[in-house]
Design a protein around this ligand. Structure first.
Ligand SMILES: Cc1cc2nc3c(=O)[nH]c(=O)nc-3n(C[C@H](O)[C@H](O)[C@H](O)COP(=O)(O)O)c2cc1C
Length: 214
C-alpha cells in the first residue's frame, strides 16, 4: 500500500515537472453556457468602451462563454457562427493572449491551442492599459480562405466581419459586467512577427477584456 502511494506521488511529481518543462498546454474549454445573460436591450444600454482592468483572472467558463458569444458555432449542423461572415468564408480567427501564453480559439473543438509561450499582452496594443487586462483578443483575417476576391474586397470584408465579432464581445461584456474596448492602435507588424503569422494573415483589431477595478 505504502509502495503504491509512493509510486502515485512520484508519478504525479514527474507529470507536473514534465508539464512545466514543456510549457503551457492546450486548454479544453468548458461547454459554453448559451442561455441567460441580460436582456438584449439592457446589454445595448450598458455597452461602452472601458480602459481599466482589474488583475482578476477570467474563469474558464466565462472565457468559454465570451469566445462563443464572439464567434462560436451556434448552428452545429452547418457550422455557422454567432457573427455573420461574408460569403461564409469564416476567415477571422481569434487569438487569445493571457499572462501565460497566446492561444488560438478553435470554435469546433472548443479548445485554446497554444500558439506562443509567454506574456505577449503588451504587444496587442500600444496603450499602457492593454497589458493590464487578463485577456486580450486579436482578430486575425486569413485571406487565403477568401477565395478569389480582390485585395480590396478581402480588406473590406475582413474588416466588416471583425466588426460584428467585436460587437458580440462588447455585448457579452455588457451582459457579464466585464470591461472592454476595441483597439486599432496596434503595431501590427511587430505583433504579426511575434505570433509568427503567415503573410496572408492580417491583424485587424485587438480587444482587451477584464473585470472592472474595484
Ligand atoms: C475600429 C475602432 C478602433 C478603435 N481603436 C481604439 C484604440 O486604438 N484605442 C482606444 O482607446 N479606443 C479605440 N476605439 C474605441 C473608440 O474610441 C470608442 O468606441 C469611442 O470613443 C466611443 O466610445 P464607446 O465605445 O464607449 O461608445 C476604437 C473603436 C473602433 C470602432
Amino acid at each position: 500500500m505504502v509502495k503504491k502511494i509512493f509510486v502515485i506521488v512520484f508519478m504525479s511529481i514527474v507529470m507536473v515537472a514534465f508539464a512545466q518543462e514543456n510549457g503551457p498546454q492546450h486548454i479544453s474549454l468548458p461547454k459554453p453556457q448559451i442561455t441567460g445573460g441580460k436582456p438584449l436591450m439592457e446589454a445595448l444600454s450598458l455597452r461602452k468602451s472601458m480602459r481599466e482592468f482589474s488583475e482578476r483572472e477570467i474563469p474558464p467558463q466565462i472565457l468559454s462563454n465570451l469566445l462563443w458569444a464572439a464567434n462560436g458555432i451556434n448552428r452545429p449542423e452547418s457550422g455557422k457562427r454567432t457573427a455573420p461572415s461574408a460569403s461564409n468564408w469564416q476567415e477571422i480567427d481569434i487569438y487569445v493572449a493571457t499572462p501565460k501564453a497566446v492561444y488560438l480559439y478553435d470554435a469546433k473543438a472548443n479548445l485554446l491551442k497554444v500558439v506562443k509561450e509567454g506574456d505577449l499582452r503588451a504587444d496587442f496594443g500600444r496603450q499602457a492599459f492593454v497589458k493590464t487586462a487578463p485577456v486580450v483578443l486579436a482578430f486575425v483575417a486569413d485571406h487565403s480562405r477568401m477565395g478569389r476576391a480582390s485585395q480590396t474586397d478581402k480588406d473590406f470584408y475582413s474588416a466588416t466581419d471583425t466588426g460584428f465579432i467585436s460587437q458580440n464581445v462588447y455585448l457579452y461584456c455588457a451582459s457579464e459586467g466585464l470591461n472592454t474596448v476595441v483597439l486599432g492602435i496596434v503595431d501590427k507588424t511587430n505583433l504579426s512577427g511575434k505570433l509568427g503569422l503567415k503573410p496572408e494573415q492580417k491583424i485587424i483589431l485587438t480587444q482587451p477584456v477584464g473585470y472592472p477595478k474595484k
